[in-house]
Design a binder for this molecule. Structure first.
Ligand code: ATP
Ligand code: MG
Length: 571
């Protein structure tokens, strides 16, 4: 199918045959935008350097004091509240209450789904709130509040209140630096940090030098979470409100099929490579008591902060493929995922957690009893301006060499580690030969391309090549609108997911290089069609036997979209 959509002469090899595919959450390389945000704080020495008088010896690779990169935040004496406790203890709830009552504010979350949930909640409470993620900007008239994915946090604005959710992610190898940037850089009178107690000592240490006032508020779980003594046993024991967790996309579909062929349940699915809007609607459908989709099959894409009507989490495995090898889930991962069961305010009075396989039960039980290991270091990454200034010392080098050199020479304090930038380097290696400015190269490097996905990486390459050659990239050059159709096989589904990624990449670029990527509307609408077709596959052409709903009568895409809007967009 994809050969019809992505012209063959440009995107050739399409097959992706990984049996086990990691199905993580949102794309993580929606890094901070390449704005000159640090330079102001580097002061006079940079001016000396720039004037070329040769007297200044500014060391751009000295990253030992990242808090000095954010003069706006440093002008404030921020009141920092650390809301810590187990999952489902009301941490985010209390922070959001403050946000809601503030005159201006921002919520920064790790997932689009969380940002979406918060924007919806604030708007419902008559607090106009924009939703801003790497790929979308939904602006509301008069909004003084924003719900954003953490990479989009604006450190140049002044807020009364800011919330950073799942703050323990500052220890994440790939995305941690964006949490650190938000932590040190957001200029707010009140900063609320929600997350695991394991992050407290590190945050206290990092904020010792900022002059902020830090208070810790601890919470207890609101509803009990009961680890079961028995595994699930037969699949006939599956019941409404169950969520089976698996880390392989193929396994997710196998489980869905197995449960649905039992004839009593229909399954929503949520996993990382599904389009975000599809994930949102699948989650909404599962949460909706009047929908027939009463069981969820999901990856760890549901693992953070989400409020889902889950009564019991069933781990199909306690191992996941992390891109390199199969490994056991960590204690925080198990606790985060298990914590989705029995959310306060859902219809279930407590949560339960078990496994498919009895041999996994001891690890499950011991992990739930263990404290998460104390975080030792926070991620950090040089902003574009530092890389740019450094590049002037190394003329004629491509971004790959500049990044590599920079990281080799960079100095950090013991509280920080360098973000893993392998994915950025992969992009740099592909585009370095093109006649593009360093700024443009950096932009392509932080774009949400999935370099492990052949279609997505080919899409990026073609966009960058055309942009370098002509400065203008029309979507039609690599994509033929109007050819998308409901996938008929799991392979076609996978291809459609990849095509969605290419369209998402175009939309992302069109936000940042508006004139050069002018087909924003077309790419957005095709992207939406893509996700609707994927959902149609999930609902109609999957393995389930629809019961009462007359899906067969939905023939045109228009009526399909209207049908979906009626059912899932009206809230
Ligand atoms: N005091 C309260 N009154 C009403 N609802 C509450 C209260 N506290 C929490 N809730 C609700 O309970 C649910 C869980 O709360 P919340 O999302 O804040 O937990 P959390 O500690 O942030 O969990 P996680 O670690 O999973 O992110 C949410 O639906 C929230 O709205
Ligand atoms: Mg939370």
């Amino acid at each position: 199918m994809a050969s019809m959509l992505l012209r063959r002469r440009r995107i050739s090899a399409l097959g992706v045959s990984r049996v086990l595919q990691a199905v993580n959450g949102d794309s993580f390389r929606l890094g901070p935008e390449p704005k000159f945000e640090t330079i102001a704080s580097l002061g006079v020495r940079i001016r000396n350097y720039s004037s070329g008088n040769g007297t200044a010896k500014f060391d751009f690779t000295d990253l030992t004091r990242p808090h000095t990169w954010y003069p706006n935040a440093r002008k404030k004496n921020r009141k920092v509240f650390l809301h810590v406790g187990p999952t489902n203890s009301g941490k985010t709830y209390h922070a959001l209450k403050r946000l809601e009552s503030s005159s201006s504010g921002v919520y920064c979350g790790p997932l689009r789904l969380l940002a979406w949930e918060v924007a919806k909640r604030l708007n419902k409470a008559k607090v106009p709130c924009d939703l801003i993620t790497g790929q979308e900007k939904e602006e509301v008239d008069g909004a003084k509040h924003k719900a954003v994915t953490v990479e989009m946090a604006d450190i140049t604005s002044d807020y009364q209140c800011a919330v950073i959710d799942e703050i323990q992610m500052l220890g994440c190898k790939t995305r941690g630096f964006s949490f650190t940037r938000a932590l040190l850089g957001i200029a707010a009178d009140e900063l609320h940090l929600c997350g695991d107690a394991a992050a407290v000592p590190l945050i206290q240490e990092l904020l010792k030098v900022t002059g902020d006032d830090v208070q810790v508020q601890s919470y207890d779980r609101l509803l009990p979470l009961v680890p079961l003594e028995l595994p699930l046993g037969s699949f006939s024991n599956i019941r409404t409100g169950d969520c089976i967790v698996s880390f392989s996309r193929k396994e997710i579909y196998r489980l869905k099929k197995k449960i649905e062929t039992g004839g009593s349940h229909l399954c929503s699915v949520v996993y990382g490579s599904l389009p975000p809007e599809t994930r949102t609607r699948q989650a909404t459908m599962f949460n909706d008591a009047s929908s027939e989709f009463d069981v969820l099959v999901a990856s760890d894409a549901i693992g953070m902060g989400l409020n889902l009507n889950i009564s019991r989490i069933i781990f199909s495995t306690l191992q996941k493929f992390d891109g390199l090898e199969m490994r056991d889930l960590t204690v925080p991962e198990i606790k985060q995922i298990a914590g989705r069961a029995g959310r306060y305010g859902s219809k279930f009075p407590w949560g339960e957690v078990t496994c498919l396989d009895a041999t996994d039960l001891p690890l499950l039980h011991s992990s739930l009893k263990s404290a998460s290991p104390i975080l030792e270091q926070a991620g950090v990454f040089p902003s574009f301006d530092l890389i740019y200034m450094y590049s002037r010392l190394k003329p004629k080098r491509g971004l790959y060499r500049i990044l590599e050199d920079f990281l080799e020479n960079a100095k950090l304090s013991e509280n920080y580690f360098f973000a893993n930038c392998e994915e950025m380097l992969k992009v740099a290696a592909v585009i370095d030969g093109l006649p593009l400015s360093l700024h443009d190269k950096y932009l392509f490097c932080i774009s949400p391309v999935d370099m492990n996905d052949e279609i997505s990486s080919q899409g990026l390459k073609q966009f960058a090549e055309t942009y370098a050659r002509k400065g203008l990239v029309h979507l039609r050059e690599i994509f033929t609108p109007g050819t998308l159709e409901v996938p008929k096989t799991p392979t076609a589904l996978k291809e459609l997911e990849s095509i969605h990624k290419v369209l998402e990449l175009y939309v992302w670029l069109s936000f940042r290089l508006e004139e050069s990527f002018p087909d924003h509307e077309l790419a957005s609408s095709q992207k939406n069609i893509c996700s609707l077709l994927i959902e149609e596959f999930l609902e109609r052409l999957g393995w389930q036997k629809p019961r009462s709903r007359k899906l067969a009568s939905i023939t045109s895409l228009k009526s399909l979209m209207e049908d979906k809007k009626r059912r899932y967009f009206c809230d």
